[in-house]
Ligand binder design. Sequence first.
Ligand SMILES: [Zn+2]
Ligand SMILES: [Zn+2]
Length: 752
Amino acid sequence: MPQRIQVRLRGIVQGVGFRPFVYNLARRLDLAGWVLNDSSGLMAEVEGEETAIEAFLEALGNEHPPLGWIQEREVASLPCSGEPGFRIRPSVAETGKFALISPDIGTCAECLADCTDPENRRYGYAFTNCTNCGPRYTIIRDIPYDRPHTTMAGFEMCAECRAEYEAPANRRFHAQPNACAACGPALSAGIQEAQRRLADGEIVAIKGLGGFHLACDARNAAAVGRLRARKRRSDKPFAVMVRDVEAARQLCVVDDAAARVLAGRRRPIVILPRAEVGEALPQAIAPGNPTLGVMLPYTPLHHLLFRGAAGGAGASACQPEGTPPAPPCPTALVMTSGNLSEEPIVVDNQDARERLGGVADWFLTHNRDIYMRADDSVVRVFEGEERVMRRSRGYVPETLDVGRDLPELLACGGELKNVFCLTKGRHAILSQHIGDLENYETLVFFEETLANLKKLFRVTPRAVAYDLHPGYLSTKYALGLAGVEKIGVQHHHAHIASCMAENGLTGEVIGVAMDGTGYGLDGAIWGGEFLVAGYAGFTRRAHLRYVPLAGGDRAVREPWRSALGYVGTEERMAGVPEERVRAVRRMIATGTNTVMTSSCGRLFDAVAALVGLRTEVNFEGQAAIELEGIVDPSCEERYEFDIGGEEIDFGAMMERIVRERGAASSVVASRFHNTLAAAIHEMCLRMRRESGLQRVCLSGGTFQNMRLLGLVARALRGSGFEVFLHKKVPPNDGGIALGQAAIAAERLTGKS
Ligand SMILES: [Zn+2]
Ligand SMILES: [Zn+2]
């Protein structure tokens, strides 16, 4: 007996080869019917024998395209129509509906083979892609995802590309950015010229997927130094791109989990420990840093740079007789964001020449526009799993399922590493990394991205959540919006709610939020917080002891000021002129330009200053990174600490560090990490005794420190706690928008 069903799929089901998959599957099973894309996903009707329909449904779940993700499947019975054959019907757009868009995906193995095979018509073509790979989010202007809605709209497909695009069995069937050298985007110059210039030590601005990179030969110390000087980026680490996992192993320790992440389709920058043996790169790549950020090529252009396939200006080319020998292929390239200091990454060709002209010696651009800028994402690997630290290209705009329907909201995030969050149905839609909201250009980027994501996901926020810090640009932006309800959320509450939401938790948890700076309810700067928290509210059970911090923003750049908040009056600070130390001490004594803080970040600063590691930093977290870097994992000693009521006091530890000035800094750093972990563990035990709560959420930028995270998580698990960590969402301020949204949703739905 024939039957007919209607199947509706939601999730990432467009632009990733779902329709040809369904088409081929139905033909294989001898089913009649059709499939189409509409504004909320994919719809199909199939008619045939019952066993074939069962096989169809099973294969939908098991065999779907690699980039696809089925979030929801609805199946309904229909009367049979008797229509013969199976076809792909045109897309249908419906107002108010939306479909999920795939992030940009690294070149697949088949496309890499195409563009490096001299026999293939795409040999040397830098914009090769298919339904399994290539640009998505960065080129999409609107939905449904069809070519006219992308920055490929202006490129008319040639007959060969058109034939691929229209053949359901082809890997490029409905691959919207499908192109070749005859019809598609082209480079402004040849790959070989870029290679020659890089080999000569030039700095080359290269237009990529989500923006420009500034590239140079990572083994050329002079070139790296020049790039650092011109970019006015004194110590912040540069990321390095290498050809493949083997090349990464020459530089770093790459275990199996890290290799999988490196070579995965998202292609993030993976922060890896440097190899003790093997080739060393110039110090200037990441001064004083025990780790290195490494990524593998993720566009055909990158692959060609490392492989030396001949390629003219976008055209496949052969090497005529008598031409000079091909330039050497680079083995490692610095690939840092094409921007000036903290401005957003440059995406536009003209803009690149204006803004990066003083940095780059030469430009390798192309004529495919980048609609949405997206920086490289940054991850670490912890306990065999990827942990996102900066969520951008390759991840955004993938949504997080929050497990229940939320009202439509905007959460504006924080100030540093800003990310905002929109909600729609069960989806939390996190923006890509916007950056530090400290200048006009970044605010414009925030507003452009917000407008774009509101359009793509059809979101009309009825409320806006914001951080309580009155000085944050994101807060000012939220408070300036008209016609929406405004919901202030405390910074560390947002951190813990973010960890809860990511892990699908409800109820109450013990929340440990360790970070640099967050505005507290008492006007102090919080940052070492122990909360009993749920979405509806929180109690601040305990915190690191308040210490005075003198000098406002300068205190963050000068860790010795943090040390003075902890240690006695007779102490001298190595490397700091005595009159400056005296002046700061006076400020602390009189309370001038001084705030009280429980910041864990400042605690790290103080220890780093006391062991003589740093008196000044030039990017956030630098002292903590260096302190983590010198820890000796075999050291199990620790210092004493005191817990008095609501405060954890590290005064005794600080005094001992001062008394033992001769102790090796690695010993001090190890004992310090052990002490902090033990104190956190002890406080959680006390909170469990009082509250009966078993679940602990760890959040805040300090938990980017994998040494501390490991010590704390192991100790807590050893005592029977259930420990929840971040994975897809950054533990740093890039994650707080998700928490703000979850809290605001609770307040709205609790009220109505
Ligand atoms: Zn491909
Ligand atoms: Zn073509």
